[in-house]
Write a protein that binds this ligand. Sequence first.
Ligand code: TYD
Ligand code: MG
Length: 453
Amino acid sequence: MAKPGTFSCSACGASFSKWSGRCDACGEWNTISEDAPLSSGPASKSLGTKRGRPITLTDLSANEAPPPRTGSGMAELDRVLGGGLVPASAILVGGDPGIGKSTLLLQAAARFARAGLKTFYVSGEEASTQIRMRAQRLGLADAPVKLAAATSLRDILTTLEAESPDLVIIDSIQTVWADNVDSVPGSVSQVRAAAHELTTFAKRKGASVIMVGHVTKDGQIAGPRVVEHMVDTVLYFEGERGHQFRILRSVKNRFGPADEIGVFEMTGGGLAEVANPSELFLSGRGDPAPGSVVFAGIEGTRPVLVEMQALVAPSPHSQARRAVVGWDGARLAMVLAVLEARCGIPFAGLDVYLNVAGGIKISEPAADLAVAAALLSAREDSSLPSETVIFGEISLSGALRPVGQTENRLKEARKLGFTSAILPSGGKSGGNGGVSLTRMSDLTAFVGEVFGA
Ligand code: TYD
Ligand code: MG
């Protein structure tokens, strides 16, 4: 917790010993404010009288069963949580305003309540009647969820203490206000204090607490990133505006794999689960077109096929443009540099646009080869066979490096009707999933084979 006389930035959460107009860590102006002092405790120099009792690890494992998890019945949500909700855990769900966090959590609350958890939905943003109206629209009006519209941390904790719920949803952590902390709601100190108290409550009472957090324009959970360190699980709810798909992604999970995704579709009646995302992401694909390549990716534990689209055109500007949606700009620059340096294919004077169709963000280096293929296909104006998937990592030397879970990628490709795959040579040779394989050891060979250059 903050020491008296320290200052923090409300944008990035960095701490400073003195005030300044501009945050040295993130460069934002007017975001630094003094942390509210905490009530003075015992002098830090003297030792306390309470002594903790250490337990040996072996004693613990003998009588501690793994925590019982409660599933919501929404497979997409349960998988991201690592197999369901764990008691005595704190979860942060971050996302842009309007992306659908409240909708998702109200639906989840109803499911968990029907699964037998005593569920409490605390909103600081909407009145109870508004939440009830939303529940009605979602067809959840009869779910045994208790609603409260409150913002005072003291009131919330008093209520929770009396009710002893199994699941508490706080929508949102930025609206919660602690009266013992002397700063405005939504500030770093307030969010930190509220998250700390609620996490402590979760651990002490064995409840699960889900906190909603809005993210700022640069993608951080608004206010302190320290909240991410306090909680057990951090999920992000993301999606592109104008797209119906929403992706729930675990970026940290003490009780399950990180990087797992759940895919939803926003409909008139709330969020619907998407059991087969590959089908959805490829659904808009027409005839084979130059610049379009299907990448067989892995998101968390699940294979996902997506279409990579590239456009390469002579640049009217003195400095050619590089624009990326859904992938890493630095990684694109690297692939372009390798194509230029190792294969002698220049992109100077050409504008390059890369888009991952469907509004999903890909972070795997395994997409390198698919990106290179899309760029070449766009540059040469020749389309690749539409029934081929491509994956593999490109190293700076131009060599192709094998990637993990080859078999799962191929199986998914087979399932969606793809008959061939281009991938790096080497790596574990598992089954080919019924897909004919073309293995390549370097990018130059790939360019020669696929584009005849
Ligand atoms: P909301 O859950 O309020 O977003 P957040 O809590 O993240 O700010 O939902 C935002 C949008 O979702 C809202 O603009 C309307 C849309 N929506 C639907 O399309 N269908 C629905 O059934 C609901 C409840 C909302
Ligand atoms: Mg909301």
